[in-house]
Design a protein around this ligand. Structure first.
Ligand SMILES: Nc1ncnc2c1ncn2[C@@H]1O[C@H](COP(=O)(O)OP(=O)(O)OP(=O)(O)O)[C@@H](O)[C@H]1O
Length: 340
């Protein structure tokens, strides 16, 4: 489930993601070269492929995803290349395959490392000759597709062990892209959490679920082996179970509690203290009017403390959320002597 914002539905502001967005724009502009996306499961490989398609001139034709690992070997060939009437028992009429369906558009071959060798040879032909031959057919048909392949496996190792054709590997890897694992771009975690909470909250009502600083720190410490998919699923679960509440460490499932015991104690001590309200302070109108500067300053304090509490004390993130320069935020915290 993709969130409809960010770059082509991709959320991220870490240097790795910004670099990736730039690469996607270049690749989309070119429109022809084959792309190989490598990365762990759940890192957004399909989102990357969709973004390349959507931002390219091919976006008026189909984006056709095929998961090579999910379709049994014996069916994958006819799914990809189609078949002519009578090609095998049950082929009562001809059917075009997904390669042809993607004509003018993009064919996304997910889990390409699982494709069996005989199909790899047929795919190589599509890439080299730009033509496709249906199962049982005699005449090849010209096709104009951009192929984007993806895998969570190390294709170079598969080539070295003889499980993947070297010639196909080089044909696919004209433009290699890496989807970075979430643990290597922790800068994105807070942003992703906020986006997912907003997305899942919007469904029923506007009450917003929030994460307290220690729970946030714990989520930042976690290693995220399932990457963005795992984070997305956890946020969906938390929003459903604790709609509109403030989530603390105890609401997180056991494996996501990754802070030292001293911090847990500290969190428990802080539990008693109320969190700063985001509402503007009550204005006291007297005959002389009101103290404009101190009211504004008080509201400023609340906004800063809220931002820090939402980011687990991360000043860089808090500054981003407040749309302030990091140095400006640090100056304000010092000048106001805020309790952080
Ligand atoms: N940068 C991102 N911003 C927002 N959502 C993301 C991002 N990356 C991944 N997702 C979401 O995470 C989920 C998994 O993404 P996707 O299917 O593209 O990953 P994948 O690498 O192709 O996974 P797999 O290898 O298991 O097929 C999707 O719901 C997707 O919308």
């Amino acid at each position: 489930m993709a969130i409809k914002s960010g770059f082509g539905g991709m959320i991220g502001h870490s240097p790795q993601m910004l670099e990736l967005f730039e690469l996607i724009s270049c690749v989309a502009e070119d429109g022809e070269s084959t792309v190989l996306i490598q990365g762990q499961s759940g890192t957004g490989k399909e989102l990357i492929a969709r973004a390349i398609h959507e931002k390219s001139q091919r976006n008026t034709a189909h984006f056709v995803p095929v998961n090579c690992a999910a379709i049994p070997d014996e069916l994958l060939e006819s799914e990809l290349f189609g078949y002519v009437k009578g090609a095998f028992t049950g082929a009562q009429q001809s059917k075009i395959g997904r390669v042809q369906f993607a004509d003018g558009g993009t064919l996304f071959l997910d889990e390409i490392g699982d494709m069996k060798p005989s199909l790899q040879a047929k795919l190589l032909r599509v890439l080299q000759e730009r033509e496709v031959e249906q199962v049982g057919g005699v005449k090849p048909t010209k096709v104009d597709v951009r192929v984007i392949a993806a895998t969570h496996q190390n294709l170079e190792e598969l080539v070295a062990s003889g499980q993947f054709r070297e010639d196909l590997y080089y044909r696919l890897a004209v433009i290699p892209l890496i989807a970075p694992p979430l643990c290597e771009r922790k800068d994105d975690i807070v942003l992703l959490i906020e986006s997912f909470i907003e997305h899942f909250s919007r469904r029923k009502d506007d009450r917003r679920t929030t994460i307290d600083p220690v729970a946030m720190k714990s989520l930042l410490n976690y290693s995220w082996p399932g990457n963005v998919r795992e984070l997305e699923n956890l946020m969906q679960r938390l929003v459903i179970l604790h709609r509109g509440k403030r989530i603390s460490l105890k609401e997180l499932p056991e494996k996501y509690r990754c802070v030292a015991s001293e911090e847990i104690e500290l969190a428990e001590r802080r539990e008693g203290q109320s969190s700063p309200s985001l509402n503007p302070p009550e204005a006291e109108w007297s005959e002389d009017g009101l103290d404009f500067n101190s009211l504004i300053s008080e509201f400023e304090d609340r906004l800063i403390l809220q931002a820090l509490s939402r980011t687990g004390g991360n000043k860089k993130e808090a500054a981003r959320m407040l749309n302030l320069k990091r140095t400006t935020l640090i100056e304000k915290i010092k000048k106001k002597n805020l309790p952080i």
